[in-house]
Ligand binder design. Structure first.
Ligand code: CAA
Length: 285
């Protein structure tokens, strides 16, 4: 359940650890935990349905949507980390919630439309994956911009084993990430792959020990958070454009975004700092 009470002071916040104030909006989350500043400029979203292996029910996805929307508007946040914790990332969409649904129920609820906010988020999102990332869980990592995995991570699209198929990007993003042959094998057999195999396929950025997953992910987030937030958003947008356009269209898109960075104070600061042999201070202006 999500409570949103606009313009309420932080002192009204209850002692629930899941209640917080982002941009003067008090939000209460039942299925995720959100820390807007786990470190300067870095926000952390933790999936929080441990008994159900973080199965992605509709409510949880609505909470992710709302949290990302607010974090994307929060000038203090430059990078978002999404994790399920050390044991499991997410075992997929909530099978029990949809088992008896009709096609029209699925169409009317249109639960995957909530995922569009993840795609629309301008700031980089890094998935930190330990344990199972299956079905919708795997698709959730693919919707993020980078994937850090622990040695225990296991990825897969097992929907075929329960008489259905991926519905939140598994046939599209996975194919773009690992190519047709491996995507076909994963989607048609439902088999799981381990972190090593995922790395070899180019699905993930790197593998780290479980106990260092958050530390190493924070390290990557820190590297990004110290760059110009404007340039980061424009660069992320341009990389994503590569999946939606011809090469010529993509190159033109990239060129325009490159030119657009010259409208920012950060570009002036970055180049001046280089010439003056000092460290730049980027403000996102
Ligand atoms: N939905 C709902 N509940 C789930 C779940 C899911 N996707 N995955 C696990 N759970 C629940 C189990 O039912 C169980 O609950 P109970 O204790 O009440 O029985 C609890 O989480 C623990 O699970 P297991 O006992 O099964 O744990 P395990 O360690 O033996 O097995 C597993 C782990 C291999 C991940 C196994 O749970 C599993 O296969 N889960 C389903 C994976 C799957 O098929 N995911 C795809 C879902 S469909 C989808 O995602 C569509 C899409 O494209 C978005």
């Amino acid at each position: 359940m999500i409570l949103k009470i606009k313009f309420v002071e932080a002192s009204f916040v209850t002692d629930s650890i899941n209640t917080l104030n982002i941009n003067n909006i008090i939000m209460a989350f039942q299925f995720i935990k959100v820390t807007p500043q786990v470190e300067t400029h870095i926000a952390l979203i933790e999936l929080n349905r441990p008994k159900e292996l973080n199965a992605l029910n509709r409510e949880l996805m609505l909470e992710i949507r709302d949290a990302l929307r607010e974090l994307d508007e929060d000038d203090n946040v430059r990078v978002v980390i999404l994790t399920g914790g050390e044991r499991v990332f997410a075992a997929g969409a909530d099978i029990k919630q949809m088992a008896n649904a009709t096609a029209i129920d699925m169409f009317n609820v249109d639960q995957f439309s909530t995922w569009d906010q993840i795609k629309k988020t301008k700031k980089p999102i890094i998935a930190a994956v330990s344990g199972f990332a299956l079905g919708g869980g795997c698709e959730l990592t693919l919707t993020c911009d980078m994937i850090m995995a622990s040695e225990t991570a296991k990825f897969g699209q097992p929907e075929i084993k329960i008489g259905t198929m991926p519905g939140a990007g598994g046939t599209q993003r996975l194919t773009r990430a690992v190519g047709k042959a491996m995507a076909m094998e994963l989607v048609l057999t439902g088999k799981f792959i381990n972190a090593e195999e995922a790395l070899n396929m180019g699905l993930i950025n790197r593998i780290v020990p479980v106990e260092l997953l958050l530390t190493e992910t924070l390290g990557l987030a820190r590297e990004i958070a110290k760059q110009s937030p404007v340039a980061i958003k424009l660069a992320k947008e341009a990389v994503n454009q590569a999946f939606n356009s011809t090469l010529d269209e993509g190159l033109m898109f990239e060129r325009k975004n490159f030119y657009l960075t010259f409208a920012s104070e950060d570009q002036k600061e970055g180049m001046a700092a280089f010439i003056e042999k000092r460290t730049p201070t980027f403000t996102g202006k």
